[in-house]
Design a protein around this ligand. Structure first.
Ligand code: AP5
Length: 209
């Protein structure tokens, strides 16, 4: 099964991906994670990526497509279940993807913008195992420390309120258009992204059946 998760920043794409990876053996393609790794390790394009991400803007299509093509080439040889998280975000990216990869279902996580801001300002992550927490909704047992490995949790640099607002605006102006794009193709399933984690998992399991 090839799944695409579509939704605003903070709609729960990464959290749902964690579930698909651990319970349904999905391989995960997250352009956000790939870009952050390039920046953290100061690899080629790190400065260019930072200049877009820290302004809440989209990375140019050419660079994004090139990176995704490389990543997918390797994963499709090894995995039958693949979840795309945060890609495509423009019609141009969707058209590019269409030529190299066939999506079975698009899950659109619909979440109200006030809740998005609360989720993003409250998000904390583990640097080591990448587990996602939320100080309001799903805090770690010990403040600031990962339950899995005891590492200190960190807050993403783009989870600053002013950058969050830019990211939501970028989503509303550009990525939102993909909802109609995939509706027209007939494979979009809208899911209430404000459901509790358990309810959301049930819903996803029924979609995967
Ligand atoms: P990216 O890393 O993809 O960020 P994003 O799309 O802004 O999405 P987030 O990761 O912020 O949110 P999410 O939906 O994964 O939510 P999460 O599950 O963590 O991209 C970062 C940047 O890279 C972009 O701004 C752009 O610059 C660039 N970029 C990336 N892809 C690109 C592309 N294709 N083209 C161009 N540029 C690109 O959840 C958020 C919080 O809510 C967490 O704390 C979580 O615990 C909580 N939560 C989640 N679900 C629930 C629930 N059901 N109930 C209660 N709490 C929940």
């Amino acid at each position: 099964m090839k799944l695409l998760l579509l939704g605003a920043p903070g709609s729960g794409k990464g959290t749902l991906s964690e579930y698909l990876i651990s319970k349904h053996n999905f391989a995960h393609v997250s352009t956000g994670n790939i870009f952050r790794k390039v920046i953290d390790e100061n690899l080629e394009y790190a400065d260019e990526l930072k200049s877009y991400i820290l302004k809440g803007l989209l990375v140019p299509n050419d660079l994004t497509n090139k990176i995704v093509k490389q990543e997918l080439g390797e994963l499709t040889k090894k995995y039958t279940n693949i979840v795309m998280d945060g890609y495509p975000r423009t019609i141009e990216q969707a058209e590019f993807l269409k030529n190299i990869f066939t999506i079975d279902k698009v899950i659109y996580l619909n979440v109200d913008s006030d809740l998005l801001v609360k989720r993003l300002t409250g998000r904390r992550m583990c640097n080591k195992c990448k587990k996602i927490y939320n100080i309001y909704f799903s805090p770690p047992k010990k403040d600031g420390v990962c339950d899995n490995d005891g590492e200190l949790l960190f807050q993403r640099k783009d989870d600053d309120l002013s950058i969050i607002q830019e990211r939501i605006q970028t989503y509303n102006q550009t990525t939102f258009l993909l909802i109609d794009y995939y509706k027209d193709k007939g494979n979009l399933i809208e899911v209430d992204g404000a459901l509790s984690t358990e309810e959301l998992h049930e819903k996803i399991n029924s979609i995967l059946r």
